[in-house]
Design a protein around this ligand. Structure first.
Ligand SMILES: NC(=O)c1ccc[n+]([C@@H]2O[C@H](COP(=O)([O-])OP(=O)(O)OC[C@H]3O[C@@H](n4cnc5c(N)ncnc54)[C@H](O)[C@@H]3O)[C@@H](O)[C@H]2O)c1
Length: 428
């Protein structure tokens, strides 16, 4: 399949990056959209892109400027929804792709949102806590004109957390003149956050992992699991699999790779990361110096839970797992997808596998609007039901059409988005 796509004037073919991966995924689903295919161009163009300059005064008195983005890919089914990433490699192409995957994900699990995403091109580890707060607040002020509880609701992503969400909520509220807790999700519990939100994405990965394992006749108890990325998503998913009796045999983060045939003590590793900021130096396993060897680890379940485009033509052939659970967004390129399919590896795509986060974000938003808060049990039960139903529907469609789970998820989601588009009609 061609990877050449019409690119907007603000991206060059060379910069197309993750957005190109997304466009190729849309090409793959288009033949299955029937008459709705006449609307497919709408999915290939973000609705709205805001690029902002984020200046801050550094602690030493100097002025620093950062590039910030907020992209609303599609709002046919509801307000924009999607995280905010702070990372030195953030690009417009990446934020566009992440916003589009949010459109697909929200429709795949049928929560009433469109898709959006934001980011700042910064390594937050180089900022003091005061600088981080000033940058977050200035960014929020700059995107203030397009976000809001009924317009676009940010949430945490890579290198952002509950504290960042609290500052975003406060900045937006100060600009509005009243507290608007529904403007972001993933907030601290004391500010209208939801029980279970912090664990939700990892929990969702675990729930669909159990469903996928059952389909493949794999017992979670004793299964070997490898996880790339040991942050919010990877750390929680690893913990839940370990609690269910699986052996976590490899963990990789941005600095180091740890392996252990007998299984890594996940709670001890989490404590180590909380103290040292990385898995590096953990004594409960062996350190592997060649990072690429992570992909060759003997495991049953592989969970990429870090960044995009990690599983490529270069390493897909080496993967020994039976099941891949995409905790990260966009970790597998289309070419790698084909290799994995030919090898018989079951790939549970990001738009289903990591949808637990936005599902509980939706619960948080609903709870904020009604000012009535649910118990953690209620939240986890509802999350589990939604994840299982979404996985089941996608599995059945994949069997019926003889397509991958990714294409099946895109069929379900794009059909919902384009039906909404068609029913609403074009304005004016
Ligand atoms: N947080 C959520 O609710 C949520 C929801 C859906 C999807 N996601 C996706 O999950 C992924 C991880 O997000 P998170 O919230 O866990 O972020 P996080 O910041 O909590 O953790 C990121 C982890 O990835 C590791 N990492 C970074 N660069 C790496 C590299 N080059 N190689 C290996 N590891 C690397 C970091 O060391 C860290 O352990 C992202 O793709 C994100 O978009 C997150």
């Amino acid at each position: 399949m061609s990877t050449q796509h019409e690119v907007p004037s603000y991206l060059t073919q060379k910069e197309i990056g993750p957005w190109g991966v997304y466009l190729e995924q849309i090409d793959r689903v288009t033949p299955y959209l029937g008459t709705l295919a006449r609307w497919v161009e709408t999915l290939k163009r973000p609705k709205r892109i805001l690029v902002v300059d984020v200046p801050i005064e550094r602690d030493d008195g100097s002025i620093a400027h950062f590039e910030g983005y907020r992209v609303q890919h599609n709002t046919s089914r509801g307000p924009g929804k999607g995280g905010v990433r702070f990372h030195q490699d953030v690009t417009l192409s990446e934020v566009m792709a992440l916003s589009a995957w949010m459109t697909v994900k929200n429709a795949a699990v049928n929560v009433p949102y469109g898709g959006a995403k934001g980011g700042i091109r910064v390594d937050p580890k180089t900022l003091s806590i005061g600088e981080l707060q000033r940058m977050t607040r200035r960014y929020t002020s700059e995107i203030n004109i397009i976000i809001g509880p009924n317009k676009d609701i940010p949430a945490p992503d890579v290198n952002t957390n509950e504290q960042i969400m609290a500052w975003m909520m406060d900045t937006y509220s100060m600009n509005q003149g009243s507290t608007a807790s529904g403007v972001v999700t993933g907030k601290p519990i004391s500010l209208g956050g939801s029980l279970g939100r912090r664990e939700a994405t990892g929990r969702g990965v675990y729930v669909v992992g159990c469903e996928a394992a059952a389909k493949r006749g794999l017992d979670i108890n004793g299964a070997k699991v490898a996880v790339q990325g040991f942050g919010n998503v990877g750390g929680i998913a690893a913990r839940l699999f370990a609690e269910a009796g699986a052996k976590v045999v490899a963990v990789q983060d941005h600095i180091s790779t740890i392996v252990s045939d007998s299984g890594i003590d996940v709670a001890a590793l989490q404590a180590h990361v909380a103290q040292h900021g990385s898995v590096a130096g953990f004594s409960g396993g062996d350190t592997v110096n060649d990072r690429s060897r992570f992909w060759e680890v003997d495991c049953d379940i592989l969970i990429p839970a870090a960044l995009e485009q990690q599983i490529t033509e270069a390493n897909a052939n080496k993967i020994r797992a039976k099941i891949i659970l995409e905790g990260a967004n966009g970790p597998t390129t289309p070419a790698a997808d084909d290799i994995l399919h030919d090898k018989g590896v079951l790939v549970v795509p990001d738009v289903i596998a990591n949808a637990g986060g936005v599902t509980v974000s939706y619960f948080e938003w609903v709870q904020d609007f009604s000012s009535f808060f649910w118990t953690e049990d209620e939240i986890n039960q509802r999350l589990t039901r939604i994840m299982r139903e979404a996985f089941g529907a996608v599995w059945t469609l994949a069997q019926e059409k003889n397509v991958s789970l990714r294409t099946a998820a895109f069929i379900v989601a794009c059909t919902r988005v384009l039906q909404a588009r068609e029913m609403r009609g074009l304005y004016p």
